[in-house]
Design a protein around this ligand. Structure first.
Ligand code: ZN
Length: 502
């Protein structure tokens, strides 16, 4: 073993030591969401802080700094994946080191306060309760942006925490044409008289049978239950709590068949991504600064591009009909149209794949203006409602339905929302590439042979996705930088057919 290899081995050991704490942290969070009795909340914050601090200390230790420094400029004889890992860890290390511990502590306390206040403000539907706490957090964001550094726009300082490798300017190059194309297209769908009949998805669906359906769907997409499980949570989520333990949670709505099923497939997509990582990354647990856009591309790919496709339902519909015999009287075409209904809604998480990006853009534009200091926190509700009307044609009745609906800002996550839009774009671009490389892909899906696609994703995306920057991996796999084209083509082609627009 030469010196570089020895150093690389040390780096992996150090990452493993930190990962043990981060896995434990996620297990605690999973427990809080799924199992913990209400009284358990007291004292939990201190346990979190202790576990997280240990992980953070190891990741930002001088020892880590020394290893990275010694590796610098000394990596040519390592394979490209090892080099990529070093590059990623180095970027994370530099970013984590730049924030003084006292500032981070004050920020964590402000977040924890803001979260409690947001919950109360949302319950009372009163933004003014949340306003001072949000103002505080925006103040922290200004400081972080300066510390992290940026060239043109302070928002660029924040983006890499969630999507390294992308700038505000890149986003605007996508968003401007997207708005121009999508708003009139959505309008034309809404004006169509021949709408899908969503009512066929409503009724009473027992939790037991819905669970059976979700489990069946997860099995067919290839999620490994030997290294995972499906639980119930207030909001669907995925938790990687160990190198071989990636858990999913969904949420059942008894009067509607769609939410739990598609949430399960969505989380299944996240789960497959984590389950598919290369053994080299077994003990690499990054809870920061990796591409959330890539992660989201995997969930949205399975939920929407596969899970809401006609090909998928050609083989999966009989399975659903077996579990819920009432669907034996409903034609596949009508069911397929119903699960693809487009309806501008007030709440982002209840929306369809066509209008979803409009919700995301609204938040991005508000965040960017806030961080640049162009608008004030107190102006948010009015601005929110104005943009909702402009982009979606609907206006919230109150703050709870509007500006207070998402938890992200109270968690201090500014720069997070664009990753949802990028997830959609990456998914469409990757799927178009998969179809080019596997010409019979849609026929295979229609036969229920989803492993063809999963294998492709494993090779191209899952193995090292966690250490790539999103745009970097997209370029490598598809031959092009992230672009709007594939998503827009996909949306227009699919929904023109569903809505009979020629
Ligand atoms: Zn997701």
């Amino acid at each position: 073993m030469n010196n570089t290899e020895r150093l690389f081995k040390k780096l992996l050991e150090q990452l493993k030591n930190a990962a043990k704490f981060y896995y434990a942290f996620d297990l605690l969070e999973w427990d809080q969401l799924i199992k913990m009795p209400p009284g358990g909340a007291k004292g939990r914050a201190e346990i979190y802080a202790a576990v997280n601090t240990e992980g953070f200390k190891l990741l930002t230790s001088d020892k880590m700094g020394e290893i990275l420094k010694k590796l610098k400029g000394n990596v040519e004889n390592l394979n490209p994946e090892k080099q990529l890992l070093i590059k990623r860890i180095n970027a994370i290390y530099q970013r984590l080191k730049v924030v003084p511990p006292d500032l981070m502590k004050a920020f964590n306390e402000a977040k924890s306060r803001a979260c409690t206040i947001w919950t109360e403000a949302k319950k009372k539907s009163d933004f003014s309760i949340f306003q001072p706490a949000l103002k505080d957090l925006v103040g922290f964001m200004h400081q972080f942006a300066e510390l992290y550094g940026y060239e043109k726009n302070p928002y660029d300082g924040l983006l890499p925490s969630f999507e390294p490798g992308i700038t505000t300017e890149d986003l605007k190059k996508i968003i401007n044409p997207l708005l121009k194309e999508l708003i009139p297209f959505v309008r034309s769908l809404i004006e169509q008289p021949n709408k899908p009949d969503e009512k066929i998805l409503k009724g009473h669906f027992s939790e037991r049978l819905q669970r059976k359906l979700s489990l069946e769907a997860l099995k067919v997409i290839g999620y490994n239950f030997n290294k995972g499980r499906l639980d119930i949570a207030p909001h669907p989520c995925t938790a990687a709590v160990g190198p071989e333990d990636v858990r999913l949670a969904t949420r059942f709505v008894l009067k509607d068949l769609a939410p739990a099923l598609f949430a399960s497939i969505h989380e299944g997509g996240h789960g497959l991504y984590e389950q598919g990582k290369d053994p080299l990354l077994r003990w690499v647990k990054l809870d920061t600064d990796y591409s959330l856009g890539l992660h989201e591309s995997q969930s949205l790919m399975w939920e929407n591009i596969v899970g809401r496709s006609l090909s998928f339902w050609k083989f999966f519909y009989p399975k659903l009909q077996n579990i819920f015999p009432r669907f034996r009287n409903i034609a596949l075409k009508d069911f397929y149209r119903a699960i693809n209904t487009v309806k501008p809604s007030l709440i982002r998480i209840d929306t369809d794949e066509v209008t979803y990006n409009l919700h995301v853009i609204l938040r991005f534009e508000i965040e960017e203006a806030l961080i640049k200091g162009e608008i004030k926190v107190k102006d948010l509700p009015e601005l929110w409602n104005k943009k909702m009307k402009e982009y979606l044609g609907v206006v919230p009745k109150n703050d709870a339905e509007g500006v207070l609906q998402d938890i992200h800002w109270s968690l201090g996550c500014f720069g997070y929302f664009p990753t949802y839009m990028l997830g959609n774009l990456y998914a469409a671009q990757l799927f178009a590439t998969a179809k080019r490389e596997i010409p019979e892909l849609e026929e295979e899906i229609a036969k229920g042979n989803l492993s063809v696609f999963l294998e492709w994703l494993r090779m191209k995306v899952h193995r090292f996705g966690l250490i790539y920057e999103g745009p970097e991996l997209i370029r490598e796999v598809t031959g092009e930088s992230p672009t709007l084209k594939f998503w827009l083509d996909y949306i227009k082609e699919k929904y023109s057919k569903i809505y009979d627009i020629s």
